[in-house]
Design a protein around this ligand. Structure first.
Ligand code: GLN
Length: 198
């Protein structure tokens, strides 16, 4: 498809490969992004799951933090899953003291929020605006969204009310990992957001 959007996956650490596969399945041209020159060439960016403190540290070392902030400020669509959600949050609770985020979504997230007994679990999650029934939410030492600004749309809550997916304009974030399930609807939603932004 010639009009397929080019979507990068920030490839400093985390489950990059799974996102590349999911994006390709959702009809995007997907490529890893490690350097500012590569970032300049994509229409949108995925921030993968992994370890946000490590991604933060490597983003500083690789000179990517400011270029990432600039592109997001300029309106590039981005989607963050799990650690990627943390990277898109304006504020983080229970982060490391030196932990930086890219920011962009007016929200506060809590790292490792679900606690030890629930470090990893699966739950059926309804995502607003996604047809076809709930997705399987895979939560792995996941963050939750503790509070959101007025311009942020809450897309998903667990049964107890915990917010686990949000959208703020061109930015999308989930506590869970749709890239691990073979269900590409969340990536499809993001690809549509990138298409609409061009
Ligand atoms: N606990 C990790 C962090 O704080 C996120 C885990 C994940 O991405 N699966 O970055």
């Amino acid at each position: 498809m010639t009009d397929a959007p080019v979507i990068g996956v920030l490839a400093l650490q985390g489950d990059v490969r799974e996102h590349l596969i999911a994006l390709a399945a959702a009809d995007a041209v997907a490529r890893p992004v490690r350097r500012p020159e590569e970032l300049a060439e994509v229409d949108g960016l995925v921030l993968p799951g992994g370890e946000s403190t490590t991604i933060s540290k490597l983003a500083v070392i690789f000179g990517m933090l400011e270029p990432l902030r600039e592109r997001i400020r300029a309106g590039m669509p981005a989607y963050g899953s799990c650690a990627g959600m943390i990277m898109l949050a304006d504020k983080v609770l229970d982060g490391r003291d030196d932990q930086e985020t890219i920011g962009g979504i007016d929200m506060t997230v809590r790292r490792n929020a679900f606690g030890r007994q629930n470090d990893s679990f699966e739950a059926a999650v309804n995502v607003a605006s996604l047809g076809g029934g709930p997705v399987t939410g895979v939560f792995i030492r996941a963050p939750w969204v503790e509070s959101t600004g007025t311009d942020v749309d809450v897309l998903s809550r667990l049964r107890n009310g915990t917010v686990v997916a949000v959208r703020h304009d061109r930015l999308l974030a989930t506590s869970f990992h749709p890239e691990l399930t073979g269900d590409h609807r969340v990536h499809g939603l993001f690809v549509d957001m990138v298409r609409a932004s061009r």
